[in-house]
Design a protein around this ligand. Sequence first.
Ligand SMILES: [Ca+2]
Ligand SMILES: [Ca+2]
Length: 67
Amino acid sequence: MDQFLGGRPPCPGDVNGDNAVNFVDLNLLLEFWNMSVPPGSSGDLNGNGAVDFADLNELLDAWQNNC
Ligand SMILES: [Ca+2]
Ligand SMILES: [Ca+2]
């Protein structure tokens, strides 16, 4: 809630910005798994600059959401 340095994503769990949370987003997140990325990009859903289980949990919490 307090760490969206790159701006809050429009849709929780939506990695690619198409307003749906699905396998496309999961694949993107896994592509950057365990990597350091610019905060809020490339699957870093909680904006801490790393792609890990915290981000995966956010994605799964929002699984199949449409925004
Ligand atoms: Ca998406
Ligand atoms: Ca993260």
